[in-house]
Design a protein around this ligand. Structure first.
Ligand SMILES: *Cc1c(COP(=O)(O)O)cnc(C)c1O
Length: 355
């Protein structure tokens, strides 16, 4: 920190994103991107004609894209909010809904950005422990009388709770916002989105970064009652009114035009997930059940940090956290079959070397 930075950020520990090596020499299974490129329609949409219009600001309301998302999810455009990645959406939500009087609770093992935003906006936060098997007890959140943020399915565990459990949490906290981060919902989970018609305190967040192969385009969106969307709009128009750039808007619309392509890719990921989990089981690994495009797994012989390092030295990047509760575990993104075969070859080598 320079001597010019505000002292209110003294205690702030910034989020540390997964490694993004620019030399591309690794099999990259560390940040849950899709291994598949965007659809041919997306490549076509982000064309010279679009680029030639970059001298003009994009539509601040993102009308076309919001209408398309609304149609797809059978809601109204007033129920849709667009953000520059769901990270921005989370940032806006913490800013809009949380403060000293309206603290926030989230699981102790979940997406690492939640505590960072709580700290950034100086919001008191409670980290509620997951159970021993990394499952979440919905009872811990019922009638909590705080804002609540839950990733469902959760990251980095991959475990999910039911829509009925979410409804109970939303119903019993009517005076607070319940944010359900559905970044991984399209890999086999059930979305709680239909509940936004019934509950005006439910905020559902999704992203184009995982299932829709658009992590580099930065697009997230929220689905909620018009009241919550208007609150987010107020923050957006006070921060960055043109938060979605022209090329991303065009890419996203073309993404929705080619939905079948992404559904097919999602099926492949689910097949590769089942196959990888079974192969790891043969090698003695313990893997949590996952409804996402990653698995959380524990090597029988090698401690998590060492396992991560050994894989990295062999050209495979996975994610590991130096947090005591999960230090034995690594999160492995599910890639193509070829990538998972390469990963498993390296795992077998590591086990052999460990004796
Ligand atoms: C990846 C991820 C995000 C961020 O997604 P972006 O849209 O790329 O910002 C948010 N929440 C969870 C749980 C994630 O895993």
């Amino acid at each position: 920190m320079s001597r010019y930075m505000s002292a209110r950020f003294d205690g702030l520990e910034a989020y540390v994103p997964g490694e993004q090596p620019q030399d591309m020499q690794y099999v990259k299974l560390n940040t849950n991107e899709s291994p598949f490129p965007p659809s041919p329609q997306v490549l076509e949409a982000v064309n010279a004609a679009q680029t030639a219009r970059l001298n003009l600001y994009p539509d601040p309301e993102g009308k076309v894209l919001r209408a398309r998302l609304a149609a797809m999810y059978e809601v109204k455009p007033e129920n849709v909010f667009l953000a520059n990645g769901s990270d921005e959406l989370l940032s806006f939500a913490f800013m809009a809904f949380c403060d000293e009087e309206r603290p926030v609770a989230f699981p102790n093992i979940s997406y690492g950005f939640y505590p960072v935003y709580a700290s950034l906006y100086q919001v008191p936060s409670t980290e509620i422990p997951l159970k021993e098997d990394f499952s979440l007890d919905p009872g811990d959140y019922c009638g909590l009388n705080q804002n609540i943020v839950i990733a469902n399915p959760n990251a980095p565990t991959g475990r999910a709770i039911s829509v009925a459990d979410i409804e109970e949490i939303v119903r019993t906290n009517p005076d607070h916002v319940v944010l359900i981060d559905e970044a991984y919902i399209d890999f086999g989970g059930e979305s709680c989105l239909p509940l936004i018609r019934k509950y005006d305190n439910l905020l559902v967040c999704q992203t184009f970064s995982k299932f829709r192969s658009l992590a580099g385009g930065r697009l997230g969106f929220a689905l909620a009652s018009p009241g919550l969307i208007a609150d987010l709009d107020k923050i957006k128009y006070s921060t960055n009114s043109y938060n979605i750039n022209r090329l991303t808007m065009a890419a996203a619309i073309a993404t929705l035009d080619s939905n079948d392509y992404y559904v097919e890719n999602g099926k492949k990921i689910q097949e590769n997930r089942a196959w990888t989990t079974a192969e790891l089981a043969k090698l003695g690994f313990e893997t949590l059940p996952s409804l996402t495009n990653f698995i959380f797994t524990r090597c029988p012989q090698v401690e998590g940090g060492t396992f991560y390092q050994r894989l990295k030295s062999k050209g495979v990047l996975v994610r590991h956290w130096n947090k005591p509760e999960i230090a034995d575990w690594c999160r492995v993104t599910i890639g193509t079959r070829e990538q998972m075969e390469f990963f498993l070859d390296k795992v077998r080598e590591i086990l052999k070397e460990a004796g």
